[in-house]
Write a protein that binds this ligand. Sequence first.
Ligand code: ADP
Ligand code: UDP
Length: 235
Amino acid sequence: MEKRANIYEGKAKILYTTDDQDLLIQYFKDDATAFNAKKKGTVDEKGIMNNAISTKVFEYLGQNGVPTHFVRKLSDREMLVKKVEIVKVEVIIRNRAAGSLCRNYGVTEGKTLTSPILEFCYKEDAFNDPLMNDYHITALGIATEQEIAKIKEITFKVNDLMKKFFLALKIELIDFKLEFGRYKGGIILADEVSPDTCRLWEVGTGVRLDKDRFRHDLGNIKEGYQEVLKRVTGS
Ligand code: ADP
Ligand code: UDP
């Protein structure tokens, strides 16, 4: 697979075209940002760990019938993916209260929710990724009703599968963010699934194994990612 032009550099990843127009190389960087890039830093080898963790999660989801952009892992920091047209919404599922749910609604961190909450945010850094609902999405032409229905269906399925996947590793899936894209007439899961995009707490101790260590200066940031990697790869 030939790596060609850098077509996009984001906060955590770079996308390159390839000799196949349907495929991109997704390169994982060590850069870390939080609070809409107001906080910036780097975590040594984060890109390598997130690429490996995302690979395992995408493989597992794919084996369980979830359509994803993942094709194969190419190297330590590179993954081959299907090139999609990203739907400009971030899809969040919350199983327990954390982060902005606590800030926005005065809920105590860690409160168990009686049912999962699905949130949509407009994927637009310039506007601080504001919360939006189905009506915003259709009225603004961001996605169709059918696409939203598909996205919700896949997202709840991913939640069920990922809760099981992590629980088997003694990790509780608190919340996570997904991105979807249009590919050959359908909707598929894109981007990454990693401790950058999920809150992962160790079962029993509640120890944070995710980007909250960076967000809130909890220390041993790299070790959190390493612990998830170790459990996910079984090594
Ligand atoms: P950001 O854009 O928020 O800074 P990243 O640094 O993670 O985020 O950049 C990766 C970008 O690539 C994101 O904007 C994401 O929506 C986009 N993306 C993820 N998967 C694909 C894909 N398969 N095809 C096209 N774009 C993708
Ligand atoms: N999330 C993400 N990217 C974003 C916003 C949120 O990956 O741009 C993830 C985040 O890691 C967490 C979940 O989505 O697992 C919910 O995040 P929240 O809204 O609580 O945001 P925060 O408190 O981090 O601002």
